[in-house]
Design a binder for this molecule. Structure first.
Ligand SMILES: C[S@@+](CC[C@H](N)C(=O)[O-])C[C@H]1O[C@@H](n2cnc3c(N)ncnc32)[C@H](O)[C@@H]1O
Length: 416
């Protein structure tokens, strides 16, 4: 691999420059531990709340390496280098480029990476991510996994990252742009992701779908298509993250890059293809000019690949990650994501509050509602995004009817 503008220091040069410091070459050291690795965060930007997102990335990277036989990673916004460290130590990456625009982070990153691996397996750079990715593309220096853990919208990195990732490779992209995903800034979401998004009760799922949709659009320009292996929303931030696999050729269908309508009148949501745009209406007879809100285009396909998530779960178990309290949370998250992958489940979720207020009801436990929906033949799961919501193909009106029935004493039929 040809080197970038800033040459990495070898470990011997590094330790000779800092003879007494070993892992603490800069003035302020703040040690953290994650998955058994002790590392220094110094004065870099670091959030321990993002550990789960790092777990998910590392599991996917390790699975990729097992299948592909090798793994080259570009950690485009590495902060203290914790992801690079974990890709090296846990996913057994063959080579990692750790990059952060902030050159003041250099010593912290060097110290952390030196603690887990010989410097022949990594290098550290301090370029703006877009420039680094563009340089990699120009040199035809492609990566198996590109991780872009950005602040704000991740959309400006999509094109260059897609250019620099290998076909079949992975792109792990982040957005912390909660306001435009929430539908409160439709012009901003249009500019960033090409999606006009209006406020919806399941706005955080929309944030993920908008990010995937943006990648679908950019990949299509380059003649590729992308599919999400998992999509992860975390309320710490909030942060939207998706791990995409980049595939050869344009997508054979635009079925999953389409529109969503939400009816304020009855609470029903529907996905519409491009061909159906002229006929958008709601089963409650509301037409588009009144209270039907249309958003898109965005990703309306599955948020995750169930097989990939199941393999991630097995690997986490083999690595002994699922035993402790932290592990229980990861296990719960992966299980929820697997349930959400049911292809029968549509876009969005029904919030418990909305069911209660539309039906003027005190809600029974969600588990009881889910059982009833299941008995009536509907697909149903919890959502990893909202703890008091259910994902189901049951329309809101029907769900309210089922919950009302559930509340009636046995033997009484509903009176309309
Ligand atoms: C969210 S933090 C990364 C945290 C890190 N990935 C982790 O898991 O702890 C974003 C990092 O990107 C760096 N950064 C901001 N803009 C950048 C740019 N245009 N190019 C490269 N790095 C950038 C910041 O210095 C910051 O360390």
């Amino acid at each position: 691999m040809s080197s970038l503008s800033l040459k990495p220091l070898s470990f011997s040069t590094y330790t000779s420059l800092n003879p007494k410091r070993n892992l603490q070459p800069h003035c302020k050291s703040h040690y953290q531990t994650e998955r058994g690795h002790q590392f220094d965060v110094g004065d870099t930007f670091f959030r321990s709340e993002s550990a789960t997102a790092r777990d998910l990335g590392v599991l996917s990277a390790a699975l990729y390496r097992k299948t592909a036989g090798s793994l080259r990673v570009l950690d485009a916004m590495c902060g203290c280098g914790i992801r690079s460290l974990r890709y090296l130590a846990e996913a057994e990456a063959d080579f990692v480029v750790a990059n952060d625009a902030n050159v003041d982070y250099r010593e912290v990153i060097l110290g952390n990476l030196s603690s887990v691996s010989s410097s022949s397996r990594w290098e550290v750079n301090h370029l703006p991510a877009t420039r680094l990715l563009a340089e990699c593309y120009v040199r035809k220096d492609y990566f198996d996994l590109i991780d872009v853990d950005s602040f704000g919208s991740g959309s400006s990195y999509l094109r260059v990252a897609l250019d620099a990732v290998k076909l079949g490779g992975l792109l792990y992209i982040t957005s912390t742009d909660g306001l435009s995903s929430g539908g409160h800034r439709p012009q901003q979401s249009l500019a960033a992701y090409g999606a006009y998004v209006q406020p919806l009760p399941y706005c955080n799922e929309i944030g993920l779908r908008m990010l995937i949709g943006g990648a679908v659009r950019e990949a299509s320009v380059l003649g590729y298509h992308v599919v999400p292996l998992f999509s992860y929303y975390s309320y710490h931030g909030p942060v939207f993250r998706v791990l995409l696999q980049v595939k050869r050729g344009k997508s054979p269908s635009s079925r999953y890059y389409s529109f969503i309508s939400y009816c304020n009148q009855c609470g029903n949501s529907q996905a519409f293809s491009w061909n159906e745009l002229g006929e958008i209406s709601c089963p409650c007879s509301t037409n588009v000019s009144r209270s039907l809100m249309v958003s898109g285009p965005l990703w309306t396909g599955p948020l995750h690949n169930a097989r990939h998530l199941t393999e991630m779960m097995s690997l986490a178990e083999r690595w002994g990650w699922l035993g402790d309290a932290e592990g229980k949370n990861l296990e719960k998250l992966l299980k929820l994501m697997i349930d959400e992958s049911d292809p029968k489940l549509p876009v969005g979720y029904l919030n418990a509050d909305e069911i209660a207020s539309r039906g003027k009801l005190n809600l029974p436990p969600l588990s009881a509602i889910m059982n009833s929906l299941h008995e009536e033949g509907y697909a149903v799961s919890r959502s990893h995004i909202a703890s008091s919501a259910i994902k189901t193909d049951c329309p809101m009106v029907e769900c309210v009817r089922i919950v009302k029935q559930l509340q009636q004493p046995a033997g009484m039929s509903s009176c309309h």
